[in-house]
Structures are given as structure tokens and as C-alpha cells.
Design a binder for this molecule. Structure first.
Ligand SMILES: Nc1nc2c(ncn2[C@@H]2O[C@H](COP(=O)(O)OP(=O)(O)OP(=O)(O)O)[C@@H](O)[C@H]2O)c(=O)[nH]1
Ligand SMILES: [Mg+2]
Length: 683
């Protein structure tokens, strides 16, 4: 293996894509060719090394990102295989957060798909240099050039071809080296490389031209050479391509078929040649306790800075995945971290492990740049920055989406209650997109998550991993409430003495106004009231009481008790009455006024609206469209190509519950769809 503490020879990459594009199949090939695996396990046989969870094997999909490592050309490649299903998008988000580069996989028949756009946005947020692998080129209808065009069109990126797949010949043309690479042997492990024969080269010369022109646009030296008709040396091309990839101006594309063992090794070469080592990434920005910024450079010297990005139960014990950004970490070392609420906690790392999918190996020391598994931490969780206790700082946290679907759930028998709560606590720790709570109105236990599959997998895990049979209700969508018009309320709070409780007089008057805001505007609170009588002021405690009163009142709307959204609330005026205007009085006055104003402002329910893409055989298009219309979908586009049709639409999540089964029966199992949460809106 490459020496791990020589960061020049390390590549940390993620593999991301739309569901089923072939990420796990590709990762299995990478592990096989690099010698990390001596036998290829196929996803469809439930045998993939990377999909080691029982639910992953039974559903044939990836659910949780798995870290593995491979050795290629004296480099250590650490690979995170991420799930493609949108319900598990947090897994992609947190992986992208800690990686240095990524490979986005496309299905060569489908090109860019909806979830490709999502992972693309996630990659862009962290400015990760990225290569594309156009997979499934063995399938009928696969089209490499068209897939590249879809990258340009849908992702607004600049793709350049590096290898062109020729599946019929089990070969790829390498456009930089001008070679033809053939793949032979049982698993394509035997490569033979020859200069590309003229008759093939003639048909690909245009792609080579595009590659050179693309690079020339980002590199003046190379531009001069190309314009002068000179042939740049492959080494020069690689170098400029690496620079263009690093700053996001070029996206090198590779073609092949993971399942048919075509074109994977040239992609691996390119991971080493084109993607950055940890040292080549810009330093991360961290914030010190006093709000000052600090640049964290990837190096062993300096105070520890590591980001906990994932919690996983391993043999029943809590483990924390972390990436080290600076410093060294040994078993027994103390780490401190600050919670979002400002609390600072400190604990000890008991053991450190190197991880390979479902296996772990003990380490004596972790270096900057490493991705490791830590045991012994009870409180550190996803998003926390682990630091040296004398030098506290926080790296940017990981964004978590709010759940959109919930399910009433209870243990099958009441004596399992304690075990049930304990198990949910553990699952919640692992998965920040999972919520568990009680419906305030019905008292039912509610499990909330990102979608039907997410909730289904959680229920299966409770039963299999925790041996906990549960009873569940039907999934229901998460709701929000908003306003449809302005309202203004003036309220005098003056309970009669026996209502006041302690026998002390309470009195305060407030004027509150509310107004609707556009969708996704959130909540705006303006708390700068005019104070009466003229010349008086609010004490710190009174101001805090007003703030709390408002927050409390906005916690639940009048229709379903759902959180309010997209509105502006202004506390316009507060009248004080000497000692009687206690903080309690102000709190009660403002929260009552707020509730009343909301009730008068035409409250309305908002529900999750999804963007959906439905792909069906042409012959089923009419039936599927009719059915979508019956679900009140807003059809945005229908495109036909060959014998498949693609429908783009927006539809309320509530109308999509159970759609997987319905679509299957309308299309004899051939239809597919994917959705992405768009916004909360009235239907
Ligand atoms: N024809 C063909 N099928 C492939 C190829 N690569 C993968 N598949 C198949 O496509 C299906 C999905 O492959 P996976 O590797 O699980 O895809 P994934 O992207 O990891 O899927 P998720 O993790 O669930 O998002 C499996 O049945 C694979 O055997 C390929 O190159 N050609
Ligand atoms: Mg997978």
C-alpha cells in the first residue's frame, strides 16, 4: 500500500449519481482491479462488498455511504460509495463535505437524471473537482456523446471526453494518449494498449479536437500551441486538464461499462492524475470562539481540527466517522467540541480505526487528511468539530433537510417500550434526517423522515437489527402553515387577580401585525416596538420575554398545529404599566396577540411539493399521464425518445404515496420515477 502519511499520494474521492447508475458496481470493479478485493460481488446478487448492510442487499440499493480504500499506481485512493436514492441524500451531503474530489456516474442511456442534478449541486457547494464516468455503455440506446451533451445542458458544465468507449470491441479510445485500450480476461483485468488504428481515430478525431479546444480555452500556453497547429505532449495536456478540473472549468469524461468490465482502469489512472491530493485543496475555514476566522491547512503540525461527519453503530457500539483536517490524533487523546447551542464538551477517543466497508482495523495514530472511525466518544455527533481542548474552533456544519413524511409507530407489545425508545434513540443518532416525537394532538408516536423508502428501511432495521417488532400506521406528509392576508391585533393583557395566580397584578398592551411573505421566505420577526408611555424602555428581561412569547406563538399554526412559515411578524407597540408589566405579562400579551393575528390572517396549509421525473415505455404514456393528472400533477414537459417517454411534473408528495406500486402495475414493472423535494406550498 502507498504510505498513508504521505499526503501527496492520497486521493479521497466520492462516487455519486442518480439511483442505479452503477456506483456500487463501479466501486466493486475498482476494488477488484486494485487488488483490494479478489472476487467481484454483484449488487443484483446481493453480494456487493460495499453494500454490506442486510437492507442494502435485500433491496439491491445503497443506503449508507461506505468508506473503502484501494491502492493504484503507488497512490492510496479512499473511496466513499454514496447512495443514489433521494431519501438518503444526507449521506451524499456529508460525504461531499469531507472529500477532495468526486466521480459522478451517469447511465449512458439516460444521461443526466434528476438526482444527478442534486449531487451536482452538492458537489458544487463544496467546489469539489469532478470527473464523469458514463456507465452502462453496453446497454442498447447508450450514447456517450449525448450523455456529454446532457452534462452541458442540464448541469451547465463544460464536459470534455478523455476516453471514448467502444463496447462492441471491448475497448476504449484514449483521446490524450491516442491509444486503443482493450480489456480482456474474465473481469477485464487484462489490458492491452496499442496506438489507435487510423480508421478508428478518424471517427474520434473530432472529440480529441474538442478536448484540445476545451483545454485551450482555459490555458493560454496550450492555446498558442493549438492555434499554431502544434501537437501538445500528453503530459502538457494532463497538466492543463488537471488545472481546469481543479477550478471547475473542465469536467473530464470517461466512458465504459462497470458491469461488463470496460473502461474502469483509465478512470482510475485519471483519479490519480487529475484529482487533487488533500494538500492541493484550498484550506478550510474555521471559526474561533470569538467569531474570528482561522484558515485550517491540511498538515500534521498544529492543533487538532477534525470534522465528525457520521455516527454509526458498530457491533452495538457507537462510533464516529471523522476526517482530520489538521494535527494528529492518538488513542487516549482528549477532544473538545462546541455544540450549536454554545456548550463545550470534552471527551476521550478510546480507539481509532481504519475502515474498509464492513471491516475495521486498529490504528495507533491518525494524520491530517485521514478519514477514520473513532470509538469511545459518547457525545460528539455529526457536524461537530473535534479540537484540541486548548484551541477550540468550528468548521462549517453539515446542512440537514427537514423531514417531509411521518409514520405513526409503536412497539408490537407494551413490554418492549423501553427497548423501543432506546433503539430509536440509536437510529436517530446515526441519522440526522430522522425525527422521532409525539403528535401533540393524538399522542401518537411519530417517526419522521425523508420519504417512504427511508421510513420503510428504518422499520426494517428496527425489526432486524434490534429484534423489535413494531406496528405502524400509514405514512402522512409533514405540513406547514402560512398566512394569506395581513392582520393587525391590539391586545391588552390584564387577567383578573385570581387568574394571575400569585395574586400580583399583571398588565401589558401590545400591538402586533402579521403579513404573508413569498414561498420559501421563512419567518421574519421585527422586534423594535414603539414603547409607551413615551420615554420608557424595555429591560433586557422584558425584551427576552417578548422574543420568547413570539417564538412560542409561531411554533404551531391554528389549523393543524404545524410550524408556521413564510410570514413577517412585527411587534409594533408595547405599552408598559409600571410594575404590572412583568416579563411574564409581556410574554403572555405578545403570544396571545400573535396567535390572534395569525388566526385573523387567513391561515392556510402548506404541503411538500415534489419535482418528479417519470420514465415509462411510450405505449404507457397516455395511461401514466392520465393517472398523474388525476393526482393533480402539474405536467411541465413530456419528451419521447425511442420507445421511452419522460414526463417532468410537479406534484404534492401526499398524492405520490404508494406511487411506486401503482406505476409498476401501469407499466408492467418497466416504469421508473424519481422525485426531489421542491418546496412547501399550497397544492
Ligand atoms: N447493463 C449494465 N448494467 C449495469 C452496469 N453497471 C451497473 N449495472 C446494473 O445496474 C444496477 C444498479 O447498479 P448499482 O451498482 O447498484 O447502482 P448504484 O448506483 O450503486 O445504485 P444505488 O446505490 O442504489 O443508487 C445493478 O443491477 C447493476 O448490475 C453496466 O455497466 N451495464
Ligand atoms: Mg450503490
Amino acid at each position: 500500500m502507498a504510505k498513508k502519511n504521505d499526503l501527496q499520494t492520497v486521493r479521497n474521492i466520492g462516487i455519486a449519481a442518480h439511483i442505479d447508475a452503477g456506483k456500487t458496481t463501479l466501486t466493486e470493479r475498482i476494488l477488484f482491479y486494485t487488488g483490494a478485493l479478489y472476487k467481484i460481488g454483484e449488487v443484483h446478487d446481493g453480494a456487493a462488498h460495499m453494500d454490506y448492510m442486510a437492507e442494502e442487499q435485500s433491496h439491491g440499493i445503497t443506503i449508507t455511504s461506505a468508506v473503502t480504500k484501494a491502492d493504484w499506481q503507488d497512490h492510496l485512493i479512499q473511496i466513499v460509495d454514496t447512495p443514489g436514492h433521494v431519501d438518503f441524500t444526507i449521506e451524499v451531503e456529508r460525504s461531499m463535505r469531507i472529500l477532495d474530489g468526486c466521480v459522478i456516474v451517469l447511465d449512458g442511456v439516460r444521461g443526466v437524471e434528476p438526482q444527478t442534478e442534486t449531487v451536482w449541486r452538492q458537489r458544487s457547494k463544496f467546489e469539489l473537482p469532478c470527473l464523469f464516468f458514463v456507465n452502462k455503455m453496453d446497454r442498447p440506446g447508450a450514447d456517450f456523446v449525448k450523455s456529454l451533451t446532457s452534462i452541458g445542458k442540464r448541469l451547465k458544465a463544460n464536459p470534455v471526453a478523455v476516453t471514448l468507449p467502444l463496447p462492441a470491441q471491448s475497448a476504449v479510445v484514449h483521446l490524450i494518449d491516442k491509444t486503443l485500450i482493450r480489456f480482456a480476461g474474465e473481469h477485464g483485468e487484462q489490458l492491452s494498449t496499442e496506438p489507435c488504428p487510423d480508421e478508428i481515430w478518424r471517427s474520434v478525431a473530432e472529440l480529441r479536437e474538442n478536448l484540445l479546444m476545451g483545454i485551450a480555452e482555459t490555458d493560454d500556453d496550450l492555446a498558442d500551441m493549438v492555434l499554431a497547429g502544434e501537437e501538445p505532449a500528453p503530459e502538457n495536456i494532463w497538466q492543463s486538464l488537471k488545472r481546469g478540473t481543479a477550478d471547475g472549468r473542465l469536467y473530464p469524461c470517461f466512458g465504459g461499462s462497470a458491469l461488463r468490465n470496460l473502461g474502469v482502469q483509465p478512470l482510475l489512472d485519471a483519479v490519480v492524475k487529475l484529482l487533487p491530493c488533500p494538500l492541493e485543496r484550498p484550506p478550510s475555514t474555521a471559526f474561533l470562539d470569538d467569531g474570528e476566522e482561522e484558515k485550517v491547512e491540511m498538515k500534521d503540525s498544529g492543533a487538532l481540527a477534525a470534522l465528525a461527519f457520521k455516527i454509526q453503530m458498530w457491533e452495538g457500539r457507537r462510533h464516529v466517522f471523522a476526517r482530520l483536517y489538521r494535527g494528529l490524533l492518538k488513542p487516549g487523546d482528549p477532544v473538545a467540541f462546541q455544540k450549536p447551542d454554545g456548550r463545550v464538551l470534552q471527551e476521550h477517543v478510546a480507539r481509532i480505526f481504519d475502515v474498509d466497508a464492513g471491516k475495521k482495523r486498529r490504528l495507533d495514530l491518525a494524520h491530517a487528511g485521514d478519514i477514520v472511525l473513532l470509538a469511545g466518544l459518547r457525545h460528539a455527533t455529526t457536524g461537530d468539530t473535534l479540537c484540541h481542548p486548548d484551541h477550540l474552533l468550528s468548521l462549517e456544519r453539515i446542512e440537514v433537510q427537514e423531514p417531509v413524511l411521518s409514520l405513526a409507530i409503536e412497539p408490537a407489545s407494551s413490554d418492549l417500550e423501553e427497548k423501543f425508545l432506546d433503539a430509536l434513540e440509536k437510529l436517530k443518532e446515526e441519522d440526522p434526517t430522522l425525527r422521532f416525537g409525539e403528535d401533540p394532538e393524538t399522542g401518537q408516536r411519530l417517526l419522521s423522515g425523508m420519504g417512504e423508502l427511508h421510513l420503510q428501511i428504518l422499520v426494517e432495521r428496527l425489526e432486524r437489527e434490534f429484534h423489535l417488532p413494531v406496528r405502524t400506521g400509514r405514512p402522512a406528509v409533514a405540513l406547514r402553515e402560512t398566512l394569506t392576508r395581513d392582520a393587525r391585533v391590539d391586545l391588552l393583557f390584564q387577567p383578573t387577580l385570581d387568574q394571575g395566580g400569585k395574586g400580583e397584578e399583571m398588565k401589558a398592551r401590545v400591538t402586533v401585525s402579521v403579513a404573508p411573505l413569498e414561498r420559501q421566505a421563512g419567518i421574519k420577526i421585527l422586534l423594535e416596538p414603539r414603547i409607551l408611555p413615551e420615554g420608557s424602555h424595555l429591560s433586557e428581561a422584558q425584551r427576552e420575554a417578548l422574543k420568547q412569547g413570539v417564538t412560542f406563538a409561531l411554533g404551531g399554526g391554528p389549523i393543524e398545529g404545524a410550524a408556521l412559515e413564510d410570514l413577517e411578524l412585527r411587534v409594533e407597540e408595547v405599552e408598559l404599566f409600571g410594575h404590572a408589566s412583568t416579563p411574564e405579562a409581556l410574554n403572555a400579551a405578545v403570544s396571545r396577540a400573535t396567535r390572534k393575528a395569525i388566526a385573523e390572517a387567513g391561515p392556510a396549509l402548506l404541503q411538500p411539493i415534489m419535482s418528479a421525473e417519470v420514465v415509462v415505455p411510450e405505449e404507457n404514456l397516455g395511461a401514466v399521464l392520465g393517472d398523474l393528472q388525476a393526482r393533480h400533477a402539474l405536467i411541465q414537459d413530456t419528451a419521447r425518445e425511442g420507445d421511452t417517454a419522460t414526463i417532468a411534473c410537479q406534484v404534492a408528495l401526499a398524492k405520490l404515496l404508494g406511487y411506486t406500486t401503482d406505476l409498476r402495475s401501469m407499466t408492467q414493472g418497466r416504469g421508473q420515477y424519481s422525485t426531489i423535494f421542491e418546496r412547501f406550498d399550497t397544492e
